[in-house]
Design a protein around this ligand. Structure first.
Ligand code: FAD
Ligand code: MG
Length: 267
C-alpha cells in the first residue's frame, strides 16, 4: 500500500499543525504519511526497527482493508489515550493520506469511555491529542457495553470500530484482524490492526517518530487503567536512593517483555 500523499509536503513538515488553523485533517495525515513512508523505504538500523517496519506494513494493510469495506463515516476508533491506540491512531491518519482533501472529514470519529476513577494525566493527554489530531471525540462515563450501545444509537452510521488491543491483553488471545463483537455486546465489527505488535515494538514506533504520549508512562506506568487499580510497574523500580526514600520508577519504554506489561494492574 502506498502512503504517498497526492501533495506530499516532504519529511520536514511538522506533524502538529497550529490548532484550529487547518480546515481539515488532511495536512496532519499527509505529514505523518510522508514520515512513515520514508521510514518504510529506508534500511532499518536495528532488528527491532526492522520488525516495526513489518508491523507497520501489516497494520496498514488491515486499515486499508477496513477502508475498502467501510466508508469513512462508518468507521470509528476507540481511543483512551493509551500507547496502543495512539499508535493505531497515527497509522489510521497515515492511511487517510491517500484520500483527496475534500473526501476527508474535518475530524475523525473517536470514542472514549472515561474510567470510573480516571487519572488526571490521562484526561489531559486525551484532550491534548484530540486537539492535535483533530478527533471528533465522544466521551461517556458509563460501563463499556452501555457506552458502545449509546454511541451506536447516537451515531447510527458507525459499523466498525478500530481497537488497539494486543495479543497479550486479557481477551486478546483469540482475536483476529476483524471480529464481530461477542454475543451480549452491541453489534459492530471490531478491527484490530496492532493485535500482533509486541510491547517493545509499540514503544520503538512511538520513540522513533517522537510521538507525544501520556506523561504517566514516564513515571513507570506501563498499562493504564483507573487510579484504584493501576500502579507503576514493579519491574521498573529504580535503584533506591538512600538519601531520599521515595521510590522512583524507570520509564515504560525501558520494559522489554510483553508478559511484564500488566504487572502494575490489579486485574
Ligand atoms: P487496554 O489494553 O488498555 O486497551 C485496549 C484497547 O481497547 C485500547 O487500545 C483502545 O482501543 C480500547 N479501549 C480500552 N479502554 C478504552 C476506553 N476506556 N475508551 C475507549 N477505548 C478503550 N469484550 C468482550 O468480551 N467482547 C466484545 O465483543 C468486546 N468488544 C469490545 C469492543 C470495543 C470497541 C472495546 C474498546 C472493548 C470491547 N471489549 C469486548 C472489552 C475488551 O475485551 C476489554 O475488556 C477492554 O477493551 C478493556 O481492556 P484493557 O483494559 O485490557 O484495555
Ligand atoms: Mg493495551
Amino acid at each position: 500500500m502506498s502512503l504517498r500523499a497526492p501533495e506530499d509536503p516532504g519529511d520536514n513538515t511538522p506533524i502538529i499543525t497550529a490548532n484550529g488553523y487547518h480546515e481539515s485533517i488532511y495536512p496532519t495525515c499527509a505529514a505523518l504519511a510522508a514520515r512513515v513512508n520514508n521510514f518504510l523505504e529506508t534500511e532499518a538500523p536495528t532488528s527491532l526497527l526492522k520488525a516495526v517496519q513489518e508491523q507497520i506494513r501489516t497494520a496498514l494493510g488491515v486499515i486499508g482493508s477496513a477502508l475498502e469495506r467501510y466508508s469513512l463515516d462508518e468507521i470509528s476508533l476507540s481511543y483512551n489515550g493509551g500507547k496502543d491506540c495512539l499508535v493505531l491512531l497515527i497509522l489510521l491518519l497515515c492511511a487517510l493520506a491517500k484520500y483527496k482533501k475534500d473526501a476527508l472529514p474535518k475530524a475523525l470519529h473517536t470514542v472514549y469511555i472515561i474510567s470510573k476513577h480516571p487519572f488526571a494525566e490521562v484526561g489531559a493527554f486525551v484532550d491534548e491529542s484530540s486537539a492535535t489530531y483533530k478527533l471528533d471525540l465522544v466521551r461517556y462515563a458509563m460501563p463499556m457495553k452501555e457506552a458502545f450501545r449509546t454511541y451506536l444509537e447516537e451515531h447510527k452510521k458507525i459499523k466498525a470500530i478500530l481497537v488497539g488491543t494486543r495479543r497479550t491483553d486479557p481477551h486478546g488471545e483469540n482475536l483476529t484482524h476483524f471480529d464481530e463483537t461477542d454475543s451480549g455486546w452491541p453489534a459492530f465489527m471490531r478491527v484490530h490492526p496492532v493485535i500482533d505488535w509486541h510491547y517493545a515494538e509499540i514503544w520503538a514506533f512511538i520513540r522513533h517518530f517522537e510521538i507525544p504520549y501520556c506523561s504517566l508512562y514516564d513515571q513507570g506506568y506501563t498499562s493504564l487503567g483507573g487510579t484504584t487499580d493501576t500502579h507503576p510497574n514493579p519491574a521498573l523500580k529504580a535503584q533506591e536512593n538512600k538519601e531520599n526514600s521515595h521510590q522512583t520508577f524507570r520509564p515504560a519504554y525501558e520494559l522489554v517483555e510483553d508478559d511484564a506489561e500488566r504487572l502494575g494492574r490489579d486485574w
